[in-house]
Design a protein around this ligand. Structure first.
Ligand SMILES: Cc1cc2nc3c(=O)[nH]c(=O)nc-3n(C[C@H](O)[C@H](O)[C@H](O)COP(=O)(O)OP(=O)(O)OC[C@H]3O[C@@H](n4cnc5c(N)ncnc54)[C@H](O)[C@@H]3O)c2cc1C
Length: 373
């Protein structure tokens, strides 16, 4: 989100300094691991759809400007019982915003996507215009375009403190004091820990994702190519009142020997500076129980895993707007939780609107930092 904010601010003529405590597009925060699902018929909350419409335009623009396809439209399947939050919410969002989706019953799924093995009472909703974004290349594209537009970017330079002063916002970083007219905080999982400006607690959860060789070996990888296999999010009902489990995954990305899958919101609380980055078979055990019945052809040897962090507030909606006590000098873009990446381009635009104009035409009231959450 910070890379996108830097790009949008620089291209609109602002003098921008970007501070990043690690290296460009590193793997220690929330934006690594190759791919992110991008979709529009938003089951979580239809209010996000207008933001996603704009995000789609900006994804395409970013691809053109960076000379690389960053958003691959291979389609997305939302799977579950007809009354599940994922399926019913997707249909509701699509109806409200007139988005094209197609409902596929078990027989249609068997004919079209034989890789998926649906229980009798599950159906799927296909959104053909959805797909996945390339995570690290998208961040790098923003950084490169920001730099081309004149932004100064300092890596391996942590912001050590931030204070509101009469002459601007004072930041200590890399042994220097920087005084800025406005500051954008897009500090991800570090939002609550590193700032003197108090924020509502942003909870951090450790998450893992895993790459599998198909059961049929490398030759079977073609069955998981994006032309044949879309991204998916699949809600399985919890047993005896337990909350449902949502598994998700991606097609094989060109050149990758494995196919990626994970469980949405399956993590344990973590501290961003002490995250356990060693991923073990135990991390994958629950996912594999579901993959064995849902996608049996996918479940060959586990090739590798990656740990990442969700950082969010309890209602799982983002936190975007002026810091309530900053006199409109500090813009927050945090709390993107487990579903924020697809919004990255539009978040950059919104942040730039707030910094430059003090307001935005996008409806972000539901994301206000001072809302009850
Ligand atoms: C496993 C996983 C799967 C996901 N899947 C999806 C998906 O399919 N679709 C989707 O839309 N979203 C998904 N998400 C969510 C999405 O990836 C995140 O919401 C998004 O990437 C968060 O971006 P961010 O910029 O807020 O955080 P980050 O990318 O972590 O960026 C925050 C940056 O701030 C820097 N920083 C922090 N403090 C300081 C400081 N004091 N000084 C200098 N630098 C600092 C950090 O080093 C970091 O680079 C997923 C997340 C995870 C973890």
């Amino acid at each position: 989100m910070g890379s996108s904010a830097a790009y949008h601010l620089a291209r609109r003529g602002q003098r921008v300094l970007g501070l990043e405590q690690f290296t460009p597009a590193h793997d220690r925060g929330s934006s690594h691991g190759g791919t992110r699902i991008v979709r529009q018929a938003y089951f979580e909350r239809p209010d996000y759809v207008p933001l996603l419409r704009r995000s789609y335009e900006l994804w395409d623009e970013l691809s053109v400007q960076s000379g690389r396809e960053l958003f691959v439209r291979c389609g997305a399947l939302m799977i579950g019982r007809p009354d599940s939050a994922v399926v019913a919410g997707t249909v509701k969002s699509a109806q409200q915003w007139d988005l094209p989706v197609e409902t596929l019953d078990r027989a249609a799924m068997r004919a079209r996507y034989p890789q998926f093995s649906l229980p009798e009472d599950h159906i799927a909703v296909l959104e053909a215009n959805a797909g996945y974004a390339l995570a690290e290349p998208s961040v790098l594209a923003n950084l490169e375009l920001a730099s081309d537009a004149g932004a100064e970017l300092w890596f391996e330079t942590a912001m050590e403190s931030i204070e509101l002063g009469p002459d601007g916002v004072r930041i200590q970083a890399g042994g220097l004091e920087v005084i800025a007219a406005k500051v954008v905080l897009a500090t991800g999982a570090w939002a609550s820990t590193s700032l003197a400006l108090e924020l509502a607690p942003i909870g951090v959860l450790r998450q893992t994702v895993h790459w599998y060789e198909p059961a049929g070996g490398q030759a079977a990888l073609v069955d998981f190519d994006p032309q044949r296999f879309p991204v998916y999010l699949w809600e399985w009902p919890g047993e005896e009142g337990a909350r449902p489990t949502e598994i998700y995954g991606f097609p094989r990305v060109s050149g990758d020997p494995g196919v990626k899958a994970g469980i949405y919101r399956d993590g344990s609380p973590a501290h961003p500076d002490q995250l356990d980055r060693v991923v073990t078979d135990a991390d994958a055990a629950n996912l594999e129980r579901y993959l064995a019945k849902a996608l049996p052809g996918l479940l060959g040897p586990r090739l590798r895993g990656s740990a990442c962090m969700y950082a969010g507030v309890p209602d799982d909606d983002f936190v975007i707007g002026f810091h309530p006590r900053s006199g409109a000098r500090v813009v927050l873009a945090v709390g993107f939780s487990g579903h924020g990446f697809k919004f990255m381009p539009v978040v950059g635009e919104i942040v730039a609107d707030l910094v430059i104009d003090g307001e935005t035409i996008h409806d972000i009231d539901f994301l206000a930092p001072d809302r009850p959450s």
